[in-house]
Design a protein around this ligand. Structure first.
Ligand SMILES: [Zn+2]
Length: 105
């Protein structure tokens, strides 16, 4: 087995695991199961994703990159910055909540 990725939390690790499985890459999640037993040590243990078949690793790394890029893009679409007053406005609003300037597309 080869270590692919150390996730920030269990939810992220699980999302990535499911995503890779959809692409036919088998992984195991290690680390998070310690959190129940290790008590106060748990904060320092991040769940890590390991690729079961070593020949899958190059492919898994490319998919991992796509996965993290997609997440960044999603975050970028959630808000826009008003060109007039500089306020951050949620994506579902087409007018600035602060000064009513329309969103520039
Ligand atoms: Zn504004």
């Amino acid at each position: 087995m080869l270590k692919l990725y150390e996730a920030a939390d269990r939810i992220e690790a699980q999302m990535l695991k499911d995503f890779l499985l959809e692409q036919g890459i088998e992984t195991v999640l290690l680390g998070d199961y310690l959190s129940g037993a290790a008590g106060e040590l748990a904060a320092n243990i991040f769940p890590a994703l390991w690729v079961v078949n070593e020949e899958d690793l190059p492919h898994a790394k490319i998919l991992l990159q796509n996965f993290t890029n997609n997440r960044i893009q999603t975050v970028g679409e959630t808000a826009w910055v008003c060109p007039k007053c500089g306020e951050k406005v949620d994506a579902e609003f087409d007018l600035c909540w602060n000064c009513a300037t329309p969103r520039r597309r």
